[in-house]
Design a protein around this ligand. Structure first.
Ligand SMILES: [Zn+2]
Length: 368
């Protein structure tokens, strides 16, 4: 594991959201809005802590946002839909990225990337601090429908996973924080679950016990995160044990019990059950303090910065002669967004309009 960073206190752990604790004491209640309405069709994040214990958790279900990501890709006439194993990997990455972004107090983009040495060269998910997200993957060559993680991205054990925090107000020359881990375990054994890669990352890079369950299909990308909170230092639980032993990896009994419960969650359950059912099934004997779910405008949703106007400006910068020569070879210019796959199409009439509009928009020469 190696890191490039600002050399300051920049890590996911440092950014662990202290706001979490201000709501301790707010009793769980059935929220009036959202839980029953559109629950299957609106992406959502549910955060919670275990009352009096140094353990927190979150469940994310990406539904409409995830379907939009898949739809844009599937409609791309150059690339087409993701093969099923790539779809599963990218969905798990998306769920995990949203979980991590929801866990930190950070104004900027959290980017999860897998750099593969197999047929999948790159898979990227970017989640902004307002939970707008986009994702893409680059696939070269054939892939069997049941390809494993290593067969996709870690054939020669050279695959890497990078987590980047890119601040919105980054100064010129300032590098974003980035942590990188390999896709193998302590004995260089290839990891076959993406959740294992991230658990490894959280342990190695952030010294945080973390349990992740991730799953994705063609309708839902979902994840459950359970994390032990540091007892010492900023943001600890007031009034809790001072024992420093408790702050070491893998020793907290409460965390171990809750992590074991979380690990019993099956992929199918995560994909098909609503959040209330999942939390009740796993933790009915625990005392959970719930936060208002984040959904709709405040929840995860798809967003890409591409637009027809942007592509029009790009065509303008090519110049009319170049655009006309392309249009002589083919009927339509197709420009696909690298980040979401959406294709923008311009025929000769569209192109003529762009250049005419630009011509009209040229400001008149100033009067003498
Ligand atoms: Zn786009």
């Amino acid at each position: 594991m190696f890191q490039v960073g600002w050399g300051q206190s920049t890590s996911l752990r440092e950014w662990s959201d202290p706001q979490c604790f201000k709501l301790v004491g707010v009793r769980a209640h059935r929220f009036a809005s959202g839980l029953t309405r559109n629950v299957l069709y609106m992406s959502e994040i549910h955060k919670f802590i275990f009352e009096g214990l140094p353990v927190r958790g979150a469940v994310v279900r990406l539904t409409d946002a995830w379907v939009e990501i898949l739809h844009r890709r599937a409609s791309n006439t150059t690339h087409g839909a993701y093969p099923p194993p790539v779809q599963a990997l990218l969905g798990e990455m998306a769920a995990a990225a949203v979980l991590m972004q929801s866990n930190i107090k950070f104004n900027g983009a959290l980017v999860v990337q897998v750099f593969g040495d197999g047929p999948v060269k790159l898979a990227v998910v970017e989640v902004q601090s307002d939970f707008s997200l986009r994702a893409t993957a680059t696939v070269n060559g054939a892939l069997s429908p049941d390809a494993s993680l290593s067969q996709m991205v870690n054939v020669g054990n050279e695959g890497r996973c990078a987590i980047t925090l890119d601040p919105k107000d980054r100064q010129p020359g300032q590098q974003p924080y980035q942590g990188v881990v390999p896709l193998f375990g302590d004995a260089r054994e290839k990891l076959e679950k993406f959740s294992d890669v991230l658990q490894h990352y959280m342990l190695q890079s952030e010294q945080l016990d973390t349990t992740l369950v991730l799953a994705a299909d063609d309708k839902v990308a979902a994840g459950l995160l359970i994390q032990r909170l540091p007892m010492a230092g900023k943001g600890n639980l007031a009034g809790q044990s001072q024992a420093s032993d408790e702050d070491q990896i893998g020793v907290n009994e409460h965390y171990k019990r809750i992590a074991m419960l979380a690990s019993s969650l099956k992929r199918e359950e995560l994909l098909t059950l609503d959040v209330e059912t999942i939390l009740h099934r796993l933790f009915w004997e625990e005392s959970l303090l719930r936060f208002e779910p984040l959904q709709g405008e405040s929840g995860p949703r798809f967003a890409c910065s591409c637009s027809r106007e942007r592509v029009s400006r790009m065509l303008l910068s090519l110049g009319q002669a170049e655009v006309d020569s392309i249009l002589q070879e083919r009927d339509v210019i197709e420009v696909g967004c690298d980040f979401c796959g959406l294709q923008y199409r311009f025929d000769a009439v569209d192109a003529a309009q762009i250049f005419r509009a630009a011509h009209l928009a040229v400001p008149p020469a100033p009067l003498q």
